[in-house]
Design a protein around this ligand. Structure first.
Ligand code: NAG
Ligand code: NAG
Ligand code: NAG
Length: 455
């Protein structure tokens, strides 16, 4: 009960703050020297800590965040840091983790990002004990940044219409992949379409591109096979069944749960096949925004480490936002550890690092930009065709999915990734799609995330 109330409290307090509009803070905004004011550590030693009101400061930490991912404190101790999309950042130093969203204010359509400050954030040691609240300020003040939130909702209540001309063009002007009609899309409003494609809030401005592989990346990848598929590895299927997120922007929760489902199978040689609850994430997570979106680093990674995830039966999926956390407290939770951006930090990813992690550790969360044509993917190796009609502009979103394998088309030599979507089994290649590999197609090689379930 206590934890339900706690989670509910967080869902209400943090959810509404961070859920409305994310701040827009970039790597260069965040890099530099910060002072963290740290409040009294929680003496009950659990994660049930409310940081809505900052307790009195009991200590400070001055930390320099250096390129690309090194953190150095005032005594010269070294640690790690990463930006988390454009929303905030995490620092790990002296065996403590510090995570906070960047500060911002919203007034109607107007959003102001204060990238030199954080909202109240959470700190705990790397064994998840001694939780404390903190607040960070950069020593160098930055000018506030303004932007306005995306267009009024009016147009979004319209039903989606299929652009037949676009489909004709896709199928006649290239032969890499085939497009088709999905009647169920026309029963959805534009707003719902945007949600299934990742949601407005997950749109990333200034998304990084894949980095050039290092010699070591290339060396490592030489020992891996030409093609690999966790759905058919040593005669076994290590990937859990395809699901359907329906019209809720919960792709990040499905991608995150899907990674843990697959990795539990990998770790236990398929003797355990749990299905985890995305609804627990939608209802109860303080680190994401329910049906409005969220990010795998904070869910598959940080939420699973800090709070644990539960089985589907503990909170079955209904695809609706809730201000109440419906997860039964009697359910046991599975935790995860060692979460990271593949490549080490946000902005450090590439094809080789992904192959290495995929073959070694199992399926992982990846995100990519969804354009209008992708909705109509039926089969083949997808790439963005730029053949949509200009009168039907589709808002680009960032959609989280699960990478399960890779290969190469025999005849053309075109390299591809094999990716699990969460739009049901009737979409794409039985719920999966293939997408071009090696050229950072739609930024799919730029932000892979992995995390290890503790089984
Ligand atoms: C948003 O900013 C504009 C331009 O500064 C201003 O005219 C408008 O009143 C602001 N709206 C709100 C709701 O604050
Ligand atoms: C966010 O910041 C980046 C870099 O400063 C800028 O390019 C982008 O347009 C901003 N996005 C919004 C919505 O203001
Ligand atoms: C994993 O499971 C398969 C199928 O049950 C079995 O053939 C194989 O020996 C197992 N591997 C190990 C290392 O136990």
């Amino acid at each position: 009960m206590e934890s339900i109330l706690f989670l509910l409290f967080l869902a209400l307090s943090v959810g509404t703050v961070s859920g409305d509009t994310p701040a827009n803070c970039t790597y260069d905004d965040v890099r530099g020297t910060w002072v963290f004011q740290i409040g009294q550590a929680d003496n009950v030693n659990t994660n049930k800590l409310d940081c809505t009101v900052m307790p009195a400061t009991v200590s400070t930490l001055t930390v320099k965040l250096l390129y690309p991912d090194e953190a150095v404190d005032e005594f010269g101790n070294k640690g790690f840091w990463t930006l988390i999309y454009n929303q905030g950042f995490e620092v790990v130093i002296r065996n403590r983790k510090y995570f906070a969203f960047s500060r911002y204010k919203q007034d109607g359509k107007n959003v102001t990002s204060y990238c030199d400050q954080t909202l109240n954030g959470w700190s705990h040691d790397t064994s998840d004990r001694n939780w404390a609240c903190y607040m960070g300020k950069k020593t160098e003040a930055l000018k506030p940044k303004y932007h306005t939130v995306l267009p009024p909702k009016v147009q979004d209540d319209k039903y989606y219409t299929t652009d037949y001309n676009m489909l004709y063009n896709i199928n006649s002007k290239q032969s890499s992949w085939k497009a088709g009609v999905y009647p169920h899309l026309e029963k959805m409003t534009m707003d719902e379409i945007i949600k299934i494609a990742g949601g407005r809030k997950s749109r990333i401005n200034g998304q990084p591109r894949a980095v050039r592989p290092t010699e070591k990346d290339i060396q490592n990848s030489r020992s891996y096979p030409e093609a690999f598929d966790w759905r058919d590895h040593m005669g076994q299927d290590f990937v859990s069944p395809i699901r359907n997120q329906e019209s809720c922007g919960s792709c990040y929760a499905f991608s995150s749960m899907g990674m843990h489902e697959a990795r539990v199978r990998v770790i236990t040689n398929n003797t355990q096949q749990p299905v985890f609850s995305p609804q627990d994430i939608v209802d109860c997570s303080e680190y994401s925004q329910g049906c409005e979106g969220g990010f795998p680093y904070l869910i598959a990674g940080k939420y699973a480490e800090d709070f644990g995830i539960v089985l589907e039966s503990c909170n079955p999926y209904n695809g609706k936002d809730s201000t109440v956390c419906h997860t039964k407290t009697s359910c046991s939770r599975m935790y995860a550890t060692d979460y990271k951006y593949v490549g080490g930090y946000y902005g450090g990813c590439n094809e080789y690092a992904m192959i290495t992690a995929l073959v070694k550790n199992g399926p992982m969360s990846v995100s990519f930009m969804v354009y209008n044509d992708f909705l109509h993917y039926k089969s083949g190796v997808y790439h963005y065709t730029q053949l949509e009609n200009s009168f039907n502009p589709f808002e680009i979103t960032n959609h989280a999915v699960l990478l399960v394998g890779y290969g190469k088309v025999e005849e053309t030599g075109e390299k591809y990734w094999i990716v699990k979507n969460s739009w049901g089994t009737t979409w794409g290649e039985d719920g999966y799609f293939r997408i071009r590999r090696g050229s950072d197609e739609c930024a799919i090689e730029s932000i892979a995330v992995e995390s290890t379930p503790i089984v």
